[in-house]
Design a protein around this ligand. Structure first.
Ligand code: SF4
Ligand code: SF4
Ligand code: FES
Length: 361
C-alpha cells in the first residue's frame, strides 16, 4: 500500500522546526511504527523516535497522530492509507521535545517516583514465608491501574497539565491508586495526604481525555476518582475540591437538588465567600443564581435519600463505589466495533475483568 505521512521534525539544538512529507510503499499489515522504520531505513536516517517491544508492552513509542496521542506500534495504517488521508505525526504533548518525535521523559519519571511506586512496609507478613493471596474482589479495585505501561499517552493529552505543568497528572495518579487500593500496602493514609496537596488529585479538570487516549484501558480519570473517594472516606478533605464534592452529596441527600447558592461558602469558607459577595450580588441581579430561601425540596427527594442510605448500608463508600460503576459501564457497548470505528484497532478499549461473565462463558 502507498502511505503518506507528514512529520513534524524538530532540532532542539538549533530550534529549527519543519513539517516534512514522506511517501512510502509499505505492506498492508504495517503499523505507524513500521512506516517510521521504513522511512528511517530507506529515506531519512536522521528521523528520531523511540521504540522497543513493537507490541504495546514497553510504552516507548507514544506520539501524536493528527493531534491525539497513540502508540505507534498498535496503530494500523491500512484504513488510513486506503482513505487517502495523510496524517500528521508529532511528538507527545506536555513534555519537552528533544528531537523530532522524542520527548524528554524526565518530568514524567519525577512525578512517577513522587508516588513512591512500591508497597510500603508494615503489612502483616503471611505465615511460613508464603505469598500474599489477594481475592478477586480486592484485585478488581486496582485491576485496571495495574495494566499501565508508562507510555505517557494520557499525560500528552491532559488539559490540567497544560495549564499547570506541576500537576501530578493521570499516569502518576493512576500509579498512586494502584498502591492506595492494594490491601497489602500500609501507607494509604500517608499517600492520600500527599496526593491531596496542591497539584494533586483535586486539580484534575475531569476532561476524560486520558481515559479516551490510554491504549491499555487503564482509565486514569477513574483512578483519580477512586483516589478522591478514598480521601473523602478517610476524612482527608481539606482541599476545596474535596469540600466541593462533599457538598454535592449533602445537597442531593437533603433536598434532591444541587444548591449552588450555598456551594461557594461550603467550598471556599465564609471569609473567602464574603469577599465574593459583590460578584454574587451581581449574578443574583441578572437572575443567574436563585435566592437560597425558602429551600426548594424536590418532590421525589425520598429516592435521593434512599440511594444515599443504600450506598452506606452496602459499604460502597470510597473506591468500591467507583469500581461498581466500572463494571456497569463495562456492560455497555460503545458501538465502535460494530461500526468499524474502533479508533486504535480492535480491542483498543479492553474491558475490565467481570467475574460473572467469566463464570458463564
Ligand atoms: S481527566 Fe484529569 S487527569 Fe485526565 S486528562 Fe483530563 S485533566 Fe488530565
Ligand atoms: S495510564 Fe495508560 S496512557 Fe497513561 S501511561 Fe499508563 S498505559 Fe500509558
Ligand atoms: S514499541 Fe513498545 S509499546 Fe510500542
Amino acid at each position: 500500500m502507498q502511505v503518506g505521512l507528514k512529520i513534524w521534525r524538530y532540532d532542539a539544538s538549533t530550534g529549527r522546526r519543519a513539517l516534512k512529507e514522506y511517501e512510502l510503499d509499505a505492506p498492508e499489515e504495517a503499523t505507524l511504527l513500521d512506516c517510521l522504520d521504513l522511512i528511517k531505513d530507506r529515506q531519512d536516517g536522521t528521523l528520531a523516535y523511540r521504540k522497543s517491544c513493537r507490541m504495546m508492552i514497553c510504552g516507548s513509542c507514544g506520539m501524536r497522530m493528527d493531534g491525539g496521542a497513540v502508540l505507534a506500534c498498535c496503530t494500523p495504517m491500512l484504513e488510513i492509507a486506503r482513505s487517502g488521508h495523510v496524517p500528521t505525526i508529532s511528538a507527545m504533548g506536555n513534555l519537552p521535545v528533544v528531537k523530532d518525535l522524542v520527548v524528554d521523559m524526565e518530568p514524567f519519571w519525577t512525578k512517577f517516583k513522587a508516588m513512591k511506586p512500591w508497597l510500603q512496609p508494615g503489612y502483616v507478613e503471611p505465615p511460613e514465608g508464603k505469598e500474599h493471596l489477594i481475592t478477586q474482589p480486592e484485585m478488581n479495585v486496582i485491576h485496571k491501574e495495574s495494566l499501565c505501561i508508562n507510555c505517557g499517552c494520557c499525560v500528552s493529552e491532559c488539559n490540567a497539565m497544560d495549564s499547570d505543568p506541576e500537576f501530578l497528572g493521570p499516569q502518576a495518579l493512576a500509579k498512586g491508586m494502584r498502591f492506595v487500593g492494594d490491601p497489602r500496602d500500609a501507607a494509604a493514609v500517608e499517600r492520600l495526604e500527599a496526593y491531596s496537596g496542591e497539584h494533586g488529585i483535586w486539580e484534575c479538570t475531569r476532561c476524560y481525555f486520558c481515559n479516551e487516549r490510554c491504549p491499555k484501558g487503564v482509565d486514569p480519570r477513574d483512578a483519580i476518582a477512586k483516589l478522591g473517594a478514598e480521601a473523602v472516606r478517610l476524612g482527608i478533605d481539606r482541599d476545596m475540591g474535596a469540600k466541593h464534592a462533599k457538598w454535592f452529596v449533602t445537597s442531593a441527600k437533603t433536598t434532591g437538588w444541587l444548591r449552588e447558592t450555598e456551594l461557594v461558602p461550603k467550598t471556599q469558607g465564609i471569609v473567602r465567600s464574603i469577599k465574593d459577595t459583590k460578584f454574587a450580588m451581581g449574578l443574583a441581579r441578572k437572575g443567574k443564581v436563585p435566592f437560597p430561601f425558602p429551600q426548594h425540596v424536590a418532590k421525589d427527594v425520598g429516592e435521593s435519600r434512599a440511594l444515599y442510605d443504600l450506598v452506606k448500608t452496602q459499604g460502597r463508600d470510597g473506591a468500591t463505589g467507583i469500581v461498581q460503576g466500572e463494571k456497569a459501564l463495562a456492560r455497555l457497548g460503545h458501538g465502535f466495533h460494530d461500526e468499524g470505528r474502533d479508533p486504535y484497532g480492535p480491542g483498543s478499549f479492553p474491558r475490565p475483568f467481570v467475574p460473572e461473565e467469566e463464570a458463564t462463558s
